[in-house]
Design a protein. Sequence first.
Length: 115
Amino acid sequence: MHEYPLTQKIIKIAEKYALEHKADHVSKINLVIGNDSGVLADSILLYFEIIAENTICENAEIVIERVKPLLKCKKCGQYFERKPFSFSCTFKDCGGDGEPTEIGREFYVKSIEIE
Ligand SMILES: [Zn+2]
């Protein structure tokens, strides 16, 4: 649902970047989307085609990097991927409990390539 304004924002960021660097065209936009961010990558791609039409971003390639959600162990401090139905640390013999982190909730423009 909120992918439309997000996509508009991405295009604005890319346009600003291209103007600042006096580029003719945005060729590639690299995004980072966490699996827990609630952002649907497919919707971003769909909206992008529509919104970017007739802009400096038209036909730019969108590359999406997915980030898996991780927990941080309270005992050993390491980040680990949660197993189904478990919050326990997956490092050997640790047995600590994990607490949620911001990893996996990211959503940002990583880099923009211009021509
Ligand atoms: Zn641990």
